[in-house]
Design a protein around this ligand. Structure first.
Ligand SMILES: Nc1ncnc2c1ncn2[C@@H]1O[C@H](COP(=O)(O)OP(=O)(O)OP(=O)(O)O)[C@@H](O)[C@H]1O
Ligand SMILES: [Mg+2]
Length: 354
């Protein structure tokens, strides 16, 4: 019987709440970001006194809690008052004036948007939102296609605070001068977590996502080490989940160093990006490339333009952004005639299924 002793039964799992390891899960407490959250609150405070708020540009490397800290502030704001409406916009998903104006209508409770132009629906949203106060967050703002929405918000909404989040510190310089001079945001920089902070965050997740005592200490240490080395908490969440899955796959009742090391090996060949962060167009492009790997940009454009009225340059920029995010690989080839073409493929296998 001995060799079967450590086997998991069908009904057994090492996970208690696997969804707590999802990248978009917002934990109850966001450790080590109290000061940054306090800064955000200070920017919103004037709205409580019926004054205009302070705007804020939030920057820092990927996976260090910018989005989650902000989402927590929005969550608590919603519980505190009905007078201030938080509007969160992920600019990978909503990158045009129209898409954002439409979402503002949804938040304002205005339904008659059908067959109306961008400007009209924006005006309707403002009419309603101006009865209250608004906090905007434009996350991944460097992916915003039409900056004019920022201009219109700054001009036409009376009482608001605008947060912009980006990895690119220099992005502010690319912002239209007319918007910049209306905004003059304060800057809040997120520093990477220390080793101990990384450990603290992962420990918190380990405790709520897994059955108690399934992690062998050295295996968990290994995951913390790798996460701290890469400086991205998403890596840690992936490693926790993947190690658990590998252990379950082997019907083991414990997650051992061997499982953690296997998970790390898997990680090395991938880059992480949350598929839920992707906009419709990016998903569409990714699907095209998946269907026909090694397509040239021109071939992709032929299909893309049938569904989206965008220029070739826009597609080119989107593909480059997707390469940067680790989703696509662009390979430069030289033709027999000496010309250059680029072929596009999906980068490795992704961590999350698309
Ligand atoms: N202090 C923390 N406590 C708990 N979880 C955290 C903390 N910081 C980050 N995380 C988790 O790590 C992951 C990455 O964090 P987040 O999405 O906020 O990164 P980000 O800084 O916005 O990165 P990016 O620039 O790539 O968007 C999320 O799943 C988040 O819940
Ligand atoms: Mg983010």
């Amino acid at each position: 019987m001995g060799i079967f002793e450590n086997m998991l039964k069908d009904s057994e799992s090492l996970f208690l709440n696997e969804t707590e390891l999802d990248f978009d899960y917002v934990p109850k407490i966001i450790k080590y970001r109290e000061n940054q959250q306090q800064h955000m609150v200070t920017c919103i405070k004037p709205l409580f006194q019926n004054k205009n708020g302070t705007h804020l540009l939030i920057t820092g490397k990927p996976g260090i809690g910018k989005t989650v800290a902000m989402k927590k502030v929005f969550e608590e704001l919603e519980q505190e008052t009905l007078d201030i409406i938080p509007i969160y916009i992920n600019c990978w998903k909503k990158d045009t004036f129209y898409k954002i104006a439409l979402y503002m209508c949804e938040k304002a409770g205005y339904k008659w948007t059908h067959n109306k132009k961008s400007d009209e629906i924006f005006k309707e949203a403002c009419k309603l939102l101006n009865k209250k106060k608004v906090v905007f967050c434009f996350d991944e703002v460097d992916k915003l296609e039409e900056q004019s929405i920022l201009y219109s918000i700054l001009e036409d909404l009376y009482k608001k605070t605008v947060f912009l989040i980006t990895n690119e510190k220099e992005w502010l310089a690319k912002l239209d001068q007319r918007i910049r001079s209306r905004m003059i945001p304060e800057i809040l920089e997120f520093e990477p977590y220390s080793y101990d902070e990384t450990k603290g965050i992962l420990e918190q997740r380990k405790e709520t996502a897994f059955v108690p005592d399934v992690w062998q200490e050295e295996a968990f240490e290994k995951v913390v080490e790798k996460t701290a080395e890469l400086g991205d908490i998403r890596t840690g969440l992936f490693l926790l989940k993947e190690s658990g899955n590998i252990a379950e796959g082997k019907s083991s009742k414990k997650i051992t160093l061997e499982h953690a090391e296997k998970a790390i090996k898997k990680l090395d060949s991938f880059k992480i990006r949350d598929s839920k962060d992707l906009g419709d167009e990016e998903k569409f492009i990714l699907d095209l490339v998946k269907e026909k790997p090694e397509s040239t940009l021109t071939q992709i454009y032929e299909e893309y333009k049938k569904s989206y009225k965008q220029s070739y340059r826009t597609l080119q920029r989107k593909v480059r952004d997707m390469e940067e995010a680790g989703l696509l690989t662009i390979k430069e080839n030289t033709t027999k005639q000496g010309g250059k073409t680029s072929t596009i493929s999906v980068a490795g296998k992704k961590l999350t299924d698309f």
